[in-house]
Design a protein around this ligand. Structure first.
Ligand SMILES: N[C@@H](CCC(=O)N[C@@H](CS)C(=O)NCC(=O)O)C(=O)O
Length: 215
């Protein structure tokens, strides 16, 4: 099974299914496609008509879109462990994952993931509101969780939000005290650290994903 991903420094959507596979030790090989604009759509069209990464390729099957890949991996390789066991918790975990997948657009647009950078940035009111909204969401989930993850055990919901923790690190966003332990668990995660180590060795600069001033 192959997972096609973008640059580890920048590609949030690639990180999500990569983390799920890696955290649960599901065997896969990775294929990296640079997100450099040069012939990008032609290069990505080899894997999927969506011309986006990530794409999971398993023999004849191609699955594109990060959340669809996570669902497939959870069903086929994790016996459903990608989601909480409890049906109500699972519904909430799916809701917040979909919310991240299709929402928080100001955060996504204004704060591109850039793991190796430490930047200060002028944020719009929309982005500031989304940062507060997201932290309140984590706070509420963590209050009901046995910890350290949003739903007790590591789940797809964590995979969806972990790239935001990395953005907050890059742009120096102060966390609510009640969410700091979540950030600490994320930053100590072995699979994430191996992604970060690889991201730090990358030197390619994708201009569109460089935001803010060095701090
Ligand atoms: N909704 C998609 C988004 C995928 C996406 O936007 N991927 C970016 C890289 S992180 C990409 O392939 N960009 C290339 C392009 O837009 O040309 C998912 O969840 O997988």
């Amino acid at each position: 099974m192959k997972l096609v991903i973008g640059n580890k420094n920048y590609s949030t959507w690639s990180l999500r299914p990569w983390l799920l596979l890696s955290h649960f030790d599901v065997p896969f090989t990775e294929v990296m496609e640079s997100l450099s604009p040069q012939s990008l759509s032609t290069r990505l069209a080899q894997y999927s008509d969506s011309k986006k990464v990530p794409v999971l390729i398993n023999e004849e099957l191609n699955v594109w879109d990060s959340l669809a890949i996570c669902e497939y991996v959870s069903e086929q390789y994790l016996n459903g462990r990608g989601w909480p066991k409890d049906a109500a918790q699972r519904a909430v975990a799916r809701s917040v994952s979909a919310q991240m997948h299709s929402g928080f657009t100001a955060i996504r647009n204004e704060m591109p993931m850039n793991i190796r950078a430490k930047r200060s940035i002028e944020l719009s009111d929309d982005a500031k509101n989304e940062i507060n909204q997201m932290q309140l969401l984590w706070h509420r989930l963590l209050q009901n969780s046995d910890g350290p993850w949003l739903f007790g055990d590591f789940s797809i919901a964590d995979c969806m939000f972990i790239p935001v923790i990395l953005r907050f690190e890059t742009y120096g966003i102060t966390l609510l005290p009640s969410t700091e332990s979540y950030r600490d668990a994320v930053m100590a995660n072995v699979a994430l650290n191996s992604w970060i180590d690889a991201a730090l060795t990358e030197t390619e600069i994708i201009e569109v994903d460089e935001a803010g001033e060095n701090r």
